[in-house]
Design a protein around this ligand. Structure first.
Ligand code: SF4
Length: 122
C-alpha cells in the first residue's frame, strides 16, 4: 500500500488530498470537500493529463506570435512532444480564435488551436 499527497486543482479551495493506492489503483481518497477532488485524485494517479498552452511563431501578422492551447487535456507523457511540435511550426496571419493550427498533435487525437485573433499586415 502506497500513499500520495496531492493538492486538488478543481477550484480555488485547493483541498489537500491524501490518496491511498494499492497495485497502482486508488483505494481511498480523503481531504476532498466535494466529489471532484476524488475524481481528480483518481485521474492524477492513474492517467495524469494537462492542457498545454504556448505560442506559435507568426509571419505577416500584426504581432510575431500567436497564443495557442490544446483543445483538451493530453497525457502528461506527451507534453514534451507536443511542445516540440509547437516550437518548430511557423504559421501565416490572418489567424482566427479557435483555428486549428496543428491536427492530432503528438498522436494524441487532440488539436492545437489559436486562442487569439491576429490580423495580417498586408
Ligand atoms: S475537492 Fe472540491 S472543493 Fe476541494 S479543491 Fe477540489 S474541487 Fe475544490
Amino acid at each position: 500500500m502506497n500513499s500520495k499527497d496531492l493538492v486538488c486543482i478543481g477550484c480555488p479551495m485547493g483541498c489537500a488530498l491524501q490518496v491511498e493506492l494499492k497495485d497502482k489503483k486508488v483505494t481511498k481518497v480523503t481531504g476532498n470537500i466535494c466529489p471532484r477532488g476524488k475524481a481528480y485524485a483518481e485521474k492524477e494517479c492513474t492517467n495524469p493529463t494537462r492542457i498545454v498552452t504556448s505560442s506559435i511563431k507568426l509571419e505577416n501578422g500584426e504581432i510575431d506570435m500567436v497564443s495557442v492551447k490544446t483543445e483538451k487535456d493530453i497525457p502528461k507523457g506527451k507534453i514534451f512532444e507536443c511542445v516540440q511540435a509547437i516550437n518548430k511550426l511557423k504559421v501565416k496571419a490572418p489567424i482566427n480564435v479557435g483555428e486549428i493550427l496543428i491536427k492530432d498533435v503528438a498522436n494524441t487525437g487532440v488539436n492545437i488551436v489559436a486562442t487569439k485573433k491576429v490580423k495580417a499586415v498586408n
